[in-house]
Design a binder for this molecule. Structure first.
Ligand SMILES: *[C@@H]1O[C@H](CO)[C@@H](O)[C@H](O)[C@H]1NC(C)=O
Ligand SMILES: *[C@@H]1O[C@H](CO)[C@@H](O)[C@H](O)[C@H]1NC(C)=O
Ligand SMILES: *[C@@H]1O[C@H](CO)[C@@H](O)[C@H](O)[C@H]1NC(C)=O
Ligand SMILES: *[C@@H]1O[C@H](CO)[C@@H](O)[C@H](O)[C@H]1NC(C)=O
Ligand SMILES: *[C@@H]1O[C@H](CO)[C@@H](O)[C@H](O)[C@H]1NC(C)=O
Length: 512
């Protein structure tokens, strides 16, 4: 009985989702067509000028009838700076193919750096010409390889990497596939910059300064220093000074405008797109995880699952434990039936005031249920704004999209305990942004320092201030005045960052 109504409910959900998918698909096509019309034509390397997305070719994108109907002529810049650019030719998607393969063209000028980042898509790089050093976090280590013409290299979704064109006088041209099957739905792919400042924003910028000050164990002023300097965009020259922002502020207005024109970010930052995204993720989750797993579970029940023993989560030793809390994660290696549902399970207990450090899940979305106490969940957007800052209490359920940085903080009144599912039975190794063994520590070096616009020594000081890992104690309370003042500062910084982006996009419109 109960089971039947569950399955008819699921069928209903799937029908609705399918409907939404079809309607959504149609909208996406519409949006894409409009946008491609404004984009640049031609898929060859664009040498020098031709920066602005002028009138482009008239309207038609996607499939054309006739002899050239399988030529993908339209491309769009997703990154464009003085030091390099990334252009994408969208693959053929649409109503029924939800995750097309896109083709990316990365060009980097001599002595330039593509800032450390991870993507929601996996890449297979082909070095067409030139050479570059790639730094890549793989199995919790920084792997550095020198790539030369003809080399092929794969970077999985969610794994941080940077590219350094070390050559004195040679551009590097890279062609890559962009596999969007893991995509969070932001098109054509979404970068999450590890190091950054005002432009591009670091994934850390999404957290409020007080949270970051607690996580990094540095003052709020130092947090400001870390997250305010970079304005050069995603690809920067090695030789540009450490504080281009101050220089920028000192320019005359017409010079600022000229500078802006050069560093415009021609991205698809449409708010509609981003608003659509949570629903899309939810739909994807429903389609792939819950429905898929229900199906499989039913098949299994008929067969061999009889007589399997349950697994008690409290019998497992915490995977991590310190004075401020502990956490347990279960995957299929602990309890094999989880594999059939493709789900993982976690349980976390934070003592009063403690924090689960900012981290992201490279392979899974996460649903959490508060078992005890109250706390705050903060989630950052890839563009460096705060996507969520919510107080939760016992019984509340929260959702964390894959790749989005987040942290949980227990309120000061008592312990905060939560349980949850992650949408992958494989060991979903969360990637910590801060603390021992964190991405900031693994990636540190000239590239990361450059990305934050700091000297290596200064970056080391900031990164080394936090010697703990995973769960951090509560911060000493700062006097309210300090926080207020700082929030005003940070607010101003965010305004300016927003201005740069809007300004950039506006400029592109009437720029030829
Ligand atoms: C940095 O290097 C680039 C290319 O090598 C050059 O065009 C530019 O003028 C240099 N900028 C400075 C500030 O030295
Ligand atoms: C969680 O930690 C608190 C102390 O911070 C402790 O009192 C409580 O028993 C713990 N909960 C579980 C389920 O172990
Ligand atoms: C890039 O590579 C060059 C040459 O190996 C090196 O000097 C430089 O420190 C690296 N990183 C940056 C950000 O310049
Ligand atoms: C935080 O920084 C203080 C010095 O400012 C240091 O004494 C303390 O050990 C640091 N805590 C951690 C967990 O690294
Ligand atoms: C950043 O993205 C969020 C949605 O994730 C959006 O609400 C916000 O306006 C964006 N902020 C900027 C400065 O573009």
């Amino acid at each position: 009985m109960g089971k039947r109504s569950v399955s008819s409910f699921l069928i209903l959900v799937v029908l609705c989702s399918a409907l939404v998918a079809i309607v959504g698909g149609a909208y996406e096509d519409e949006g894409r067509r409009g946008e491609a019309g404004g984009g640049e034509g031609g898929a060859g390397w664009s040498e020098g000028g031709g920066a602005g997305a002028g009138g482009g070719e008239e309207g038609g994108a996607g499939m054309r009838q006739g002899q050239d109907q399988f030529l993908l002529r339209d491309s769009e810049y997703v990154v464009k700076t003085d030091a390099g650019d990334v252009r994408v030719v969208r693959g053929v998607g649409g109503r029924f193919i939800k995750s097309p393969l896109h083709i990316g063209f990365i060009t980097m000028e001599p002595r330039s750096l593509f800032l450390p980042q991870y993507l929601d898509s996996s890449l297979v790089l082909f070095v067409r010409r030139g050479q570059a050093k790639i730094g890549h976090i793989y199995k919790d280590k920084l792997v550095e390889k020198n790539l030369k013409t003809g080399d092929i290299y794969r970077i999985g979704a969610g794994f941080p990497f940077y590219l350094n064109n070390t050559a004195e006088g040679q551009r590097v041209h890279i062609i890559c596939s962009i596999d969007t099957s893991d995509s969070v739905g932001l098109q054509p792919f979404q970068s999450f910059y590890i190091g950054g400042g005002r432009y591009p924003a670091s994934v850390l910028s999404g957290f409020d300064p007080f949270t970051l000050s607690m996580a990094l164990n540095v003052s709020i002023v130092e947090v400001g220093e870390l997250l305010s300097r970079q304005i050069g965009g995603p690809i920067v020259f090695h030789n540009v000074s450490h504080s281009p922002w101050t220089k920028f502020l000192n320019l005359e207005d017409h010079q600022k405008l000229a500078h802006m024109k050069r560093i415009v970010h021609i991205g698809k930052e449409g708010e509609e797109e981003e608003k659509k995204q949570p629903m899309w993720s939810l739909r994807k989750f429903l389609m792939t995880s819950i429905f898929g797993s229900e199906n499989k579970k039913r098949e299994v029940k008929r067969g061999s699952s009889e007589g399997r023993d349950p697994y008690n989560i409290y019998d497992k030793k915490p995977d991590f434990k310190n004075d401020y809390g502990w956490s347990i994660a279960l995957d299929k290696s602990d309890y094999s039936p989880l594999d059939e549902s493709d789900l993982g399970i976690f349980l976390v207990n934070l003592s009063a005031g403690s924090m689960m450090a900012p981290h992201y899940n490279p392979t899974a979305t996460e649903y959490g249920i508060v078992l005890r106490g109250t706390g705050t969940i903060q989630v950052g957007s890839p563009n460096g704004s705060l996507a969520m800052n919510a107080e939760v209490k016992e019984g509340d359920v929260f959702f964390i999209p894959r790749f989005f940085p987040f942290c949980q903080i227990a309120s000061r009144t008592g312990p905060f305990e939560f349980f949850g599912f992650s949408s992958s039975a494989r060991n979903n190794k969360p990637q910590f942004l801060v603390g021992e063994d964190s991405i900031l520590k693994i990636l540190r070096g000239p590239e990361l320092a450059k990305a934050f616009g700091l000297s290596e020594e200064r970056l080391d000081e900031i990164v080394d201030a936090q010697s703990g890992s995973t769960i951090f104690p509560s911060a000493t309370v700062a006097p309210p005045g300090v926080i207020l003042g700082l929030q005003v500062e940070v607010g101003k910084a965010k305004e300016v960052a927003k201005m740069i982006r809007t300004f950039g996009n506006d400029k592109i419109m009437d720029f030829d």
